[in-house]
Structures are given as structure tokens and as C-alpha cells.
Design a protein around this ligand. Sequence first.
Ligand SMILES: O=P(O)(O)OC[C@H]1O[C@H](O[C@H]2O[C@H](CO)[C@@H](O)[C@H](O)[C@H]2O)[C@H](O)[C@@H](O)[C@@H]1O
Length: 383
Amino acid sequence: MDLKSSKASPVLTDPVPIDKSRLGIRGVLPYAQSGPSFSTSVLAIPRRKPGKLDDVRSNGWLDAMKSSSPPRKKIMKDVNVEVVLDDGDAAYDSWMSKYPSALKSFGKIMNSAKNRRIVIFLDYDGTLSPIVDDPDRAFMSADMRSAVKSVATYFPTAIISGRSRDKVYELVGLTELYYAGSHGMDIMLPDRDTEPTNHSGCIKSTDLLDKEVNLFQPASEFLPMIDEVFRTLVENTKDIKGAKVENHKFCTSVHYRNVDEKSWPIIAQRVHDILNSYPRLRLTHGRKVLEVRPVIDWDKGKAVEFLLESLGLSNSPDVLSIYIGDDRTDEDAFKALRSESRGYGIIVSAVPKETNAFFSLRDPSEVKKFLEALVRMKEQGDL
Ligand SMILES: O=P(O)(O)OC[C@H]1O[C@H](O[C@H]2O[C@H](CO)[C@@H](O)[C@H](O)[C@H]2O)[C@H](O)[C@@H](O)[C@@H]1O
């Protein structure tokens, strides 16, 4: 990607208009696009009568919610389609023939890495840390931290997470990595590592240690809108037991992992109704989480391209990128690497999933083994 072209904003300026009057929702906040603009704390969405939940049923949200993070013995073709199989293990084995284990294929991966510079991209939740009920307690193990630290000693290594950049840095705690938060919409690069010619679109800042950094934040204009919608979501889900809303700075998420399944239609409908007041925001589905993000042409794949370009590692046949992730949002990065054979996506999953990755790993413990194997290869001088 030519970073000079990043002067052209990735913000899409032509959102699809929607008929908010249909839902009777008044836009009473500065960034909600209907009605007068005045400042207040949150948008109170009129409650629907029980049984009036047609929107989320007809638009597939509920199906997507039910199929996110499916139990074993289910195959997920897409979040909207779920097929129950009699024998989960047979299904997994057959899926593995299409997406072989990156551990078993390690030799093959290393062969294509010969005489090339390896760059590592890592997702956080479900990749470096196991999925747990409380997002605030998704800690990575000390062994995993040590594996990631060793990898970063030898290879440029970046974390690309849906969480806010500050939060993921707090969880990982390693200064030797590059960090991209908010699904790649908040990238921080040390000034010393950034190609001098590739600064367009970045703003200068300093990090927590007062070092000069470049920040790339293509959704910065959405900051107040996301803050507003976050507060509105908190207000409008506070009576739903187990619901949790997180503010990730340039996006916000509504967790329903701990919500009784009977209340999923309610939480979905509330989020849906709020989003109707924000045509410049859209929804994506994660693992038992509804993610609200700006309508901009930017994703984890674009973030990978941006990082490679900024570090002077783009468009080079001498570079092999490896991206390890478990979520639907990681698919954009897998696609970016597939195009022009830039490298390999590795999906972390214990169930068969439709994916753009090349290889698979079952869970974070296998991710750790893979990272440790990379380090061993380097230390033995085989890379
Ligand atoms: O891009 P990622 O780093 O994978 O972040 C994606 C989401 O991860 C977190 O939620 C997921 O992990 C939680 C902790 O294990 C789990 O409780 C939740 O159900 C999962 O969806 C994070 O809290 C989200 O905000 C991120 O968007």
C-alpha cells in the first residue's frame, strides 16, 4: 500500500440513509443523526413491547449470535449458517486436511521462510489468552509472554487487537512489540522504526515512556461519536443481567456471553435500535460480542499492510508475514496475506470454520508451541 495514498481518508463519506422515524427513535445526542442537537448524557431508547423483535430476527443478527463461539461438534460455515454434525472429531479431522496444523506443517512453513525475513502478527483474545467469561480477566500466561518476548527479539512482531491499544498493551506488557488497537484503527509505531518517507497520515506523539512515536488513527473523527454511543449502550443495557459494554476508543463492544440466552433477542434489539440513530456506525459479530465500529474502509488487513509499509517491509519477496488469529475480524488480515502470497494466516480454532487462513492451531497452548519453535529455529541458526 502506498502510504501517500493514506492522505485520502479511509472514512467513507456516504453512509446509507435509514428511516429512523419507523422506529420512533429520537436523536437527542450531538452525534445521533436525527432530531435536534443538544448535549445530554445518554440516549434513552424507547422500550419495545415484548414480541416486537422482528428486526434482529429478520436481519440475521440472532442467528449470528447463536453461532458465535459454537460448542464442539458443530461446523460453522459462516456466522449465519450452522450445521450440526454427528461426529465433531471426524469433522475437525476433515477440516484439518484443508487447514493443516501449523505445528505439523512447521517444516513446510520454514522452507518457504528460507532467506526471507519473518514478520509476526498476533491477535490477542483467543490467540494469546484463552477465552474466559470476564473480558477484564483475559490474562496471558507468563510462559506465553516469555514466548512472545523471545519471538520479538528475532522478528518484528505486532499485536493487532479489537481492544483499545492501551488495554492490550496493559495486558501484554511488552515494550518490544508494535501495537494496533480498535481492530487496527489505532496504530502506534516508534519514531525510530518508521520509514522516514512513510509518515503521511500519522501524527507525532509520545508513549508512556515519553519516547517519540507516530500514531495512525484513521477513525479519529469518530472518537466523540463512539464515546456517546458507548454511554448510550451502557444506559440501555444496564437492566440486562450479564451484559457488559466496553469502550475501545474507536469502537465499542457489547458482550452477551454472560447473558441468559432467552435475553439475547432483547440485547440484540436494543443495540440494533441504537445503531439506527448512527448511520455512520456499523455492527460486526465477534465471539459472543456485538462490535460497533465506524463505517470506514479500514480493518485488520489494512492495518497489516500499513505496518509492513511503515516498517519498510512491504512489497518485498524477501519478507514472509505470519498472522495468527481466531476471530472473524482476523479474516481480513488472512485475506491480505493471501493476496500476492505475502505470507500465511494461521487460524486458532478447535472447531471447523470457513477461513482464509492457510494453517490452523487448536488453541493458545499450540500458539505458544509454534512461537517457541520459531525461536528455536532462529537460535539454532536454521533461519
Ligand atoms: O481482536 P481480539 O484481541 O481477539 O479482541 C476481540 C474481542 O476480544 C475480547 O472479547 C473476547 O474475549 C473475552 C475474554 O476471553 C470473552 O469474554 C469474550 O466473549 C470474547 O468476545 C474483548 O473483550 C472484546 O472487546 C474484543 O473485541
